[in-house]
Design a protein. Sequence first.
Length: 335
Amino acid sequence: MLTRTGINVFQSKDVIKRFIFSIAFVFVLCCILHPSRFASSYYPYIKYSDIENELEPSPHALALVKESDKPLCSLIPKELETSLQYPNESVREYDLKYLAHMHNIAEGGAWEPPQCISQHQVAIVIPYRNRTLQLQIFLSYIHPFLQKQMLNYRIFIIEQGTKGAFNRAKLLNVGYAEALKIFPYHCFIFHDVDLIPQKLSNMYACTHQPRHMSSSLNTFRYNLPYEQLFGGAVAILQKQFELVNGFSNFFYGWGGEDDDFQSRIINRGMTLCRFPPDVARYTMLSHAKELPSDNRFLNLRLGRERFETDGVNTLKYTVIKLVYYPLYTWVLVDL
Ligand code: NGS
């Protein structure tokens, strides 16, 4: 049968079918190449108004308040909306000494609100080697930031004392183990030293589900490069970290350890969450890009078989030095 234009009706149906098929094919391809654009609900963004409901208070703090004459601090202090200045990049040793004094920071970089009992008892663990200037900028910025959030916190700098490839994940496991020797923290924040949070509403506290904190980063033009990204700065409850057996100790060199950690969490039936992109905004301090490790994909693939046998339950290290500096607890470690 011919139409007025002379095209066979069956032929034209075929053209339409092919057209629809091509569109579907391109769509599937786009989904594969850019999962973050098409699967934005894969891990939920918590609504701004729900942030308070999602925060998990420390049971230890709730027990403490019964024996104290101080009241509980609110979960989120008021007046947290303000944007912050970019940190001062020309910070000096002298400024840092002054900071500890001015902000009543206890030895080892610990602080808690004087007027109430914080509901968040947080260990901030930073893996470190050779980034003096970034550390100074970070410390001068983060202490006043955390105090405005009324947290009970301590900053741990875990430095790899040995040469050779850097092992970010193992240092974080060490930070976890060393922190628990000092205080029963209920919440852990694993944080790179080059990340500067831009919004005070980005609470440095734990949510019911593990949270990817640095999801809106200037170097990624405030977009997620891929949906499963769980690196940079993350918050997880102590009990959840123990349940997933912490990080793998196998990842020497750059890349993959955070993806493995993400798989451990999902494998244990948890999900990830994120604060809204305009809250989870970070600036990255500039530095040269690390060379990716050749083993990272292999480690990642084999990692699944090691969730139970490689982690905090098999962690071995030697503390070379542990010093309570005015702005942080420093653990120099031989991995
Ligand atoms: C992935 C890495 C992650 C890393 C992420 C973002 O490719 O470890 O890039 O890196 N995974 C693997 O290499 C397997 S970033 O651009 O922030 O330096 O966190």
